[in-house]
Design a protein around this ligand. Structure first.
Ligand code: PHE
Length: 445
């Protein structure tokens, strides 16, 4: 996302290179206690102290927090859906990947992308990890919101912990004939609102090769189902963006695109044009019958979606940096309340940045390690916490004679709340370079 990597839906990335496996020759860390439960560690364990410190903070449940405000707006919009909060972010690999049909070589499973508590257990990477149990409950319309965790780059829109909301609507053979009239009602509702949204949808009809439907589905019913999915989500976006225009005061543009998810077909993403860039805000699709069968409701048919609360909140409240959501600074927290709803964030200060570069040779021969940028980002985060704003690679080459590989990164340190002194930044940067040597065995250049 942000023209970098897909975030809300990295589950939709093309098939990957490797079957997920732990990194070689890593010392096994001690067992981890999360929310009172102790989990044994193994060679898959890659939790970082920073990410563990975010567990249980539940920003999305705080009614006056921007994430809580968006959550309740969505819950009020879908007022016939049953909302729920799953208990723990620690889920099984089965729940997060296997039961949803992720192939063994899907990049989302790689330990460079996901936090493994151990071989069988992960921090959920998306709220879809709870889809099957929710369908099992027999609910026909439900919502759930939760914190999710992914290993990623460091920049203003990526943070290893973030929040998603998932929703689904399914029909039984007895009530599926109500779809056309439900769709008519939604169309009328959308037409009645003076729309600040321009919706571009080139995905109709779904392409049989790149976005195939399921052979079990009768084409006519499927069309009604897809219409219902799109109308329901356009209507939600209309509610959320009702009072919002872009920076030039123009209506917002949204775009439907096709994608793939292992448990939906056809599958879509919705992007919003914001600050000149297309931002992906949600992924959705018609739930595979396979998945519904696994959930004990093979007779039902329906759709599901998952959206990123930070993404929506950044756009709706004009919050420029994802780290701000975790800020306890009253200059941030006091700007928002359930009563005021969506307001434009007033930046209280932008303190000076401090850019530091580091270049190094990767180890070779017996000491060679696979270089995963997300390992480096986690390590920087563990040293500098929220004082790190961006980590960007600016150079990479292989020495023609020795075959040694060199990398160079620029790290931008900036506090959201105060001015960082040079002494402080130098000390942080020294810790980062020390860690590069001790943890990754590189040679600083
Ligand atoms: N879980 C998906 C993601 O995080 C979004 C999604 C939810 C897609 C439900 C389809 C159905 O990218």
């Amino acid at each position: 996302m942000f023209a970098l990597r897909v975030r809300i839906c990295s589950t939709s990335l093309p098939k990957g290179l490797l079957v997920a496996r732990p990194y070689a020759s890593k010392p096994i860390p001690p067992p981890t206690t999360i929310e009172g439960v102790t989990h044994p560690a193994d060679s898959w364990t890659n939790l970082s102290p920073t990410v563990v410190s975010k567990l249980g903070l539940n920003l999305h449940l705080s009614p006056d927090h921007p994430l809580g405000i968006i959550r309740s707006l969505i819950e009020s919009h879908f007022d016939t859906f049953t909302p729920s909060i799953p208990p723990s972010a620690v889920v099984t690999v089965r729940q997060n990947f296997d039961e949803l049909g992720f192939p063994a070589d899907h990049p989302g499973r790689a330990p460079s992308d996901s936090y493994y508590v151990n071989r069988d257990t992960v921090l959920r990477t998306h709220t879809s990890a709870h889809e099957i149990e929710n369908f099992h409950r027999g609910l026909e319309r439900w919502l759930l919101s939760a914190d999710v965790y992914r290993r990623d780059e460091i920049d203003s829109s990526h943070y290893p912990a973030f929040h998603q909301m998932e929703g689904a609507s399914v029909w039984t053979p007895a009530n599926i004939s109500s779809l056309p009239s439900l769709n008519d009602a939604l169309r009328q509702k959308i037409a009645a609102a003076s729309s600040p949204l321009i919706v571009d949808d080139p995905t109709h009809p779904p392409c049989p090769t790149t976005n195939p439907s399921q052979p079990e589905h009768d084409p006519e019913t499927l069309n009604f189902m897809i219409d219902n999915l799109k109308l329901s989500l356009n209507s939600l976006l209309l509610t959320l963006f009702r009072t919002h225009t872009d920076q030039q005061g123009e209506p917002l543009q949204i775009k439907w695109t096709q994608t793939t998810f292992p448990w939906t077909a056809p599958s879509y993403e919705v992007e919003v044009l914001f600050g000149g860039k297309w931002l992906e805000v949600l992924g959705c699709g018609v739930v595979k019958q396979d998945t519904l069968q696994r959930s004990g409701v093979p007779e039902k048919m329906g759709w599901a979606f998952g959206l990123g609360l930070e993404r929506l909140a950044m756009i709706l409240f004009s919050i420029p940096d994802i780290r701000l959501f975790w800020s306890q600074d009253p200059r941030f927290t006091s700007q928002f309340s359930a009563e005021k709803g969506i307001v434009t964030f007033k930046p209280y200060s932008k303190h000076p940045e401090c850019k530091k570069d580091v270049s190094f040779w990767l180890p070779q021969g017996v000491d060679a390690v696979e270089w995963h940028e997300n390992d480096f980002c986690d390590a920087v985060r563990d040293v500098a916490g929220d004082l790190v704003e961006t980590v960007a690679k600016f150079d990479e080459f292989t020495h023609p004679k020795t075959g040694r590989r060199s990398l160079a990164y620029s790290i931008n340190y900036r506090s959201m709340d105060r001015v960082l002194t040079n002494v402080e930044t130098n000390a942080l940067h020294l810790q980062v370079t020390d860690l590069l040597t001790s943890k990754f065995g590189v040679e600083i250049r």
